[in-house]
Design a binder for this molecule. Structure first.
Ligand code: GLY
Length: 253
């Protein structure tokens, strides 16, 4: 069960955030309103939400998931692979120290972003992407093993992060798009295959007994509903313009 979440308010500088989406420039006022409704959705799932102030120095800092990995046994501060995001982790140690006794850190030459890590119980799938390298993944696996958890790697192609294309929506079920539909690493799972054209909906968040999904993807909604999921739709159109998904906008623990 998750009890808390941490989010960061987007700054006006978000309009200069990294993107390859080709969906236009985010509307800042609309992004703020969508962020408010995102927080409300987290609260509806029973989470207490800590809202951090905007950090204008880092246009992508609202995507706070990439800065840390919060496990049941320790917090791990990441080492973002995007040079413009490297400084986003600076304030994380004192912040996470309010909630965690044990705090670990990924160090260079390792790089790792939280969007590349998918937790399924005590196991963590780590995407090897343009942002997360093998050295970062190996450091993470070593840390996880020290705390009785495990990790393994999955290649990421055609998506920004691992969780851009695959998320865990039930104990043994993954919502998967593109190449993730048939990856051998996921052969033990029931795969809910995202239809072509709705790939952005692969990034959902399972929180306690609910699933948050991005608004505007009827086929994925139907897929999840057929599995009995209790769905909350959240419009994140302004964040999608920066390649951001629902998971990217919070740390949940
Ligand atoms: N705009 C989110 C990222 O590229 O990290």
């Amino acid at each position: 069960m998750f009890k808390k979440a941490i989010v960061r308010t987007p700054g006006r500088s978000m309009v200069s955030g990294l993107t390859r989406a080709n969906l236009g420039t985010p509307d800042y006022q609309k992004a703020l309103e969508q962020h408010r409704l995102y927080i409300l959705a987290l609260e509806t799932c029973g989470l207490e939400v800590l809202v951090l102030d905007a950090d204008e120095a880092y246009p992508d800092s609202t995507f706070i998931e990439d800065t840390s990995l919060l496990t049941p046994h320790c917090a791990i501060i990441t080492c973002p692979g995007a040079p413009s995001r490297a400084g986003e982790t600076a304030g994380m140690r004192p912040l996470l120290g309010r909630f965690y006794a044990m705090i670990e850190e990924i160090k260079k030459p390792g790089t790792l972003e939280g969007g590349d890590v998918m937790q399924v119980g005590q196991h963590f799938y780590i995407g090897l992407s343009e942002r997360t390298n093998l050295a970062g993944a190996e450091q993470l696996i070593a840390i996880l093993e020290r705390y009785g958890m495990t990790g393994s790697t999955v290649p990421v192609k055609g998506f920004l992060h691992l969780k851009t294309g695959v998320t865990c929506v039930a104990e043994k079920a993954l919502l998967a798009a593109g190449a993730f539909i048939s990856r051998p690493e996921f052969s033990e799972f029931m795969i809910l295959a995202v239809a072509t054209g709705e790939e952005r909906a692969a990034n959902c968040i399972r929180i306690n007994d609910r699933i948050l999904m991005p608004a505007g993807f009827p086929k994925v909604r139907e897929l999840l509903t057929a599995e009995g999921a209790q769905i909350i739709e959240v419009d994140i159109s302004e964040y999608a313009k920066l390649d951001g998904g629902l998971t990217c906008l919070s740390l949940r623990f």
